[in-house]
Design a protein around this ligand. Structure first.
Ligand code: HEM
Length: 443
């Protein structure tokens, strides 16, 4: 189902979800409706106030948020956050399941997560809300998104290889939740690639949730509330904040630029291209376990850029690295960004020449990465780069051969290093209220 169709499904699903919450004895609360401008200012503190002013004023003539900020439906055949037009901000979290958790407690948590995700993506508070539950109990919602719109929040869940089989301290592989037989063959342990310098603390994870939104506070709020619900069952293993999407799935919009200053996402799979999505992104019936049909495999790589070295590199060398011009983003030998590239006009080791489908038997991945800047390292260098996210139908036939080729000969390797890595199976979408994340896997 493409983004447009998902949009059309929004109203009944959202209504049904609200009804479900109401019948569970909770009044579904629209975050925007709960407080006026003064209240929002108090709840958010100085940091978030400016950006939410227009959205939270209830008592004047300020127009509502424009249509481009319409909520992204949570329910659908595919999970949102994959083919959905890329939002501006990311909070990505990988979780490990606690040693005391059981299959039952995990299922209970996934059901709670699903309800919370449906609420938050609809701009509603979790459970009985941030300020209207029992005074004696901690509130169900942490509250920092009160007064903010949903900001096109999407929440996408994935299951890592270690959910199915985890290596115990004695080296034995343990099937903790009786899921080993349900592990998709495509959910491989990624091989080590040339040049990898992976930090185990920033790699792997039993589960992941990708939160994307146009407002960082909304994305952070979503992960924080899921982590809160999961307390005792899961712990955050690592997480990554991202900004300035580096890949576009909307070819008609202006292509964003990455931290190296180049347009990134020029030749990507468009979120509306149902044929390409079917061919390259969605797992097809019969080629893996049923629970993955309509899902997609996600590879996450934290790629550090040697920014200081890059910034001392000539424009010519920078352009040679990609085989595209820095200003327009045109392929070498062409004039416009979207002109079909002439790969032979590029240096042999240019990134685009090596990554283009023509060089790779037609393979394509859907790139959905974000830039990151996490302060500086101990040597005063920016800890910045690309948090690369790629969705595909089968990682063994997409990311793996592509990265093998790039790791071997990409001119870009001089300026980057892969420092984190994870692989997840993201199941099909939750189709209607009452269903839950992972139901087909655990059911
Ligand atoms: C920091 C690391 C990276 C940077 C800065 C980067 C940057 C870029 C840029 C500027 C382009 C050209 C514009 C475009 O078509 O999007 C591009 C294209 C592309 N990149 Fe990367 N990239 C990085 C890592 C990777 C990795 C790890 C992969 C896959 C394993 C990859 C796969 C691709 C693909 C498939 C294309 C499109 C090529 C085409 O069809 O013309 N990139 N990248």
């Amino acid at each position: 189902m493409d983004a447009e169709n998902q949009q059309q499904n929004a109203t009944p699903a959202a209504t049904a979800d609200a009804t479900e919450e109401a019948s569970a004895g909770r009044a579904p609360v629209s975050r925007r409706a709960v407080i006026g401008w003064a209240g929002a200012g108090v709840a958010l503190g100085a940091a978030g106030v400016g950006s939410v002013a227009a959205a939270t004023r209830q008592d004047d003539d300020t127009p509502a948020a424009p249509a481009a900020t319409a909520d992204i439906p949570f329910f659908g055949d595919h999970q949102s956050g994959i083919a959905t037009p890329v939002q501006d901000r990311l909070h990505f979290a990988a979780f490990d399941i606690s040693s005391s958790a059981t299959r039952d407690s995990l299922v209970r948590m996934l059901k709670e997560w699903t309800k919370a995700a449906a609420a938050m993506t609809g701009g509603r508070e979790v459970g009985s809300g941030a300020a209207s539950g029992l005074p004696e109990a901690p509130p169900d919602d942490t509250g920092e998104a009160l007064g903010l719109p949903a900001s096109r929040l999407t929440l996408t869940i994935g299951f890592g290889p270690s959910l199915f089989e985890k290596s115990a301290p004695d080296g034995q592989m343990v099937d903790r939740f009786g899921l080993k037989a349900r592990r998709p063959e495509a959910l491989i342990d990624l091989p080590k690639f040339k040049g990898d310098n992976l930090d185990p603390q920033r790699s792997g994870g039993d589960l992941c949730v990708q939160a994307c939104a146009d407002d960082p506070q909304v994305a952070v709020h979503a992960i924080r509330n899921l982590a809160r619900i999961g307390m005792g069952t899961v712990n955050i293993r690592w997480s990554q904040l991202g900004f300035g999407k580096t890949s576009s799935t909307t070819p008609d919009a202006q292509t964003p630029r990455n931290m190296m200053g180049f347009k990134d996402g020029t030749h990507n799979i468009a979120g509306t291209d149902t044929a390409k999505l079917a061919e390259h992104v969605w797992a097809a019936p019969g080629e893996g376990p049923d629970w993955m049909t309509g899902g997609s495999y996600l590879v996450a790589r934290r790629i550090r850029m040697h920014i200081e070295t890059w910034d001392r590199t000539s424009l010519k060398e920078q352009e040679d690295v990609f085989g595209r011009t820095k200003g327009e983003g045109a392929a070498y030998g062409r004039t416009k960004e979207h002109d079909a590239p002439d790969l032979k006009a590029m240096p042999d080791d240019a990134h685009v020449r090596l990554a283009h489908p023509e060089t790779n038997d037609g393979l394509m991945i859907l790139r959905r990465g974000f830039s990151f800047t996490d302060g500086t390292d101990g040597l005063g260098r920016l800890d910045a780069g690309l948090f690369f996210l790629a969705y595909q139908r089968d990682t063994r036939k997409a990311f793996v051969p592509l990265q093998q080729r790039l790791a071997a000969s990409d001119a870009l390797n001089e300026y980057i290093q892969h420092v984190g890595s994870a692989h997840f199976a993201c199941p099909a979408g939750v189709r209607k209220p009452g269903e839950w994340w992972g139901q087909a896997l655990f059911g």
